[in-house]
Write a protein that binds this ligand. Structure first.
Ligand SMILES: Cc1ncc(COP(=O)(O)O)c(C=O)c1O
Length: 438
């Protein structure tokens, strides 16, 4: 029998990391070497007792900050009642949360399938699209991130190393350019960008995949991992129209952009476009694992019982946390705060941009903000991104990056960020720019 060695706990981050290296797979990349002991509100606390302002929110998950008391209370109460039923029985929290999501979702998106992660929601969405249309082809966008499972990864095209050594992918997946005005190959400006993208799509539908074979387009209404790119306002309506002309479903992946991140409940609301299917995950249970495929009754009612399923999906504790999350959204004016604090942070960054040629573009909606860093010749500057993030970390603040060339600073603070926390974050960020980019 193998004896388990007693390993005394330690307060040293280095010792914990050494133990991690021995027994946790290195494949899970981490942005920082921080070993977290606890977290509260907008702050993380390490095992060494250091405090960090969190402008990452667990990658857009803890939108209400860490450990929001209302959410924790609801989860604890549910733990005492029932933790798991799976498909053996029905439970109240899933029904109540589905009702709440249906009431908030745009248009007639009124039925929900719960899963655990964003990738699983994407898998569910594409299965639903293929199942109900009887068509196989799926069209995704370059720069998209939809997850790491095989179906989702087949759609993902934000960094090629996510796909390295994993071919072959799901057949029937096609990629088209995402409208990215700052780096549009036929010139900047919204019109030129949309012309480029839709010409590409039209030509693809003429030459490579007939529209009648296409089950769905899947799109992030604001590109996440691919660089926090906000598309021109005409993009989503034009895509919706194209889908309608050909009987193609439109899947909006709101895993990152949903739940108030962009200053509206769902990013789709900025354009008024209603998708046929919407995927949600990340923040919907404030950090407990939960995701959702939300669709019209027309589609969901064609998905026959047991055609899809999950053991853990929509577990009662996550759903209870999900209901409490929506209670807090309403009671605390979370969406308004995201919009106003986001506008303020963006304004300060744009002011800074006037004095910093290294800032190519500041973009975003609400508190989903990207800062594209460039060299003198306009090419992506990944090194600068790394330096700024390091200075921020050394100064007690966690900031992320994104983009195909990893040259975009990704600012994702909690949506209930206070003015004092915004000022503190700004001071550190501005200081980092002055130190390495001035
Ligand atoms: C838009 C989008 N879709 C899907 C996913 C995958 O989510 P998960 O990591 O929970 O599988 C992500 C994760 O970052 C995402 O940003």
């Amino acid at each position: 029998m193998k004896l388990v060695r007693e390993i005394p706990d330690s307060d040293s981050q280095e010792e914990w990391l050494a133990r991690e290296r021995a027994h946790l797979s290195q494949v899970l990349y981490r942005y920082t070497p921080l070993v977290i002991d606890r977290a509260q509100g907008s702050y993380l606390y390490t095992v060494e007792g250091r405090r960090y302002l969190d402008f990452a929110s667990g990658i857009a998950v803890t939108n209400l900050g860490h450990g929001h008391p209302v959410v924790i209370e609801a989860a604890k109460a549910q733990l005492d009642k029932v933790v798991h039923t799976s498909v053996v029985a029905h439970h109240q929290p899933a029904i109540q949360l589905a009702e709440r999501i249906a009431a908030l979702a745009p248009g007639k998106l009124e039925k929900v399938f719960f899963a655990n992660s964003g990738a699983e929601a994407v898998e569910g969405a594409i299965k639903l699209a293929r199942y109900t249309t009887g068509r196989s082809a799926l069209i995704a966008f370059q720069g998209a991130f939809h997850g790491r499972t095989y179906g989702a990864l087949s759609l993902t095209a934000s960094k090629s190393y996510y796909r390295e050594r994993y071919e072959p992918f799901l057949p029937g997946v096609y990629h088209v350019p995402y409208p990215y005005p700052y780096r549009n190959p036929t010139g900047p400006g919204d019109e030129a960008t949309l012309e480029y993208v839709f010409n590409f799509i039209d030509e693809m539908l003429d030459t490579r995949v007939p529209p009648k074979n296409v089950a769905a387009f899947i799109v992030e209404p604001v590109l996440g991992e691919g660089g926090y790119v906000v598309p021109p306002s005409g993009f989503m309506p034009r895509l919706r129209k194209l889908c309608d002309e050909h009987g193609i479903l439109l899947i909006a992946d709101e895993v990152q952009s949903g739940y108030g991140r962009t200053g509206k409940m769902f990013a789709c609301e900025h354009s008024g476009v209603v998708p046929d299917i919407m995927t949600l995950a990340k923040s919907i249970a404030s950090g407990l694992p939960l995701s959702a495929v939300v669709a019209t009754s027309k589609l969901m009612d064609q998905w026959e019982p047991a055609a899809h399923g999950s053991t853990f999906g929509g577990n009662p504790v996550s759903c209870a946390a999900g209901i409490a999350t929506l209670d807090v959204f309403k009671a605390d004016g979370i969406i308004q705060n995201s919009a106003s604090k986001g506008a303020e942070l963006t304004r300060r960054l744009r002011d800074l941009q006037q004095r910093m040629p290294a800032i190519g573009e500041v973009r975003g909606l609400g508190l989903m903000i990207g800062v594209e860093l460039v060299k003198k010749d306009g090419t992506p500057d990944k090194e600068l991104q790394k330096q700024i993030r390091k200075v921020c970390l050394d100064s007690g603040m966690v900031v992320l990056s994104c983009g195909a060339h990893d040259n975009v600073l990704r600012l994702v603070p909690p949506l209930n960020l206070s003015q004092a926390e915004l000022d503190e974050g700004w001071e550190i960020l501005n200081g980092a720019f002055q130190e390495v980019a001035a």
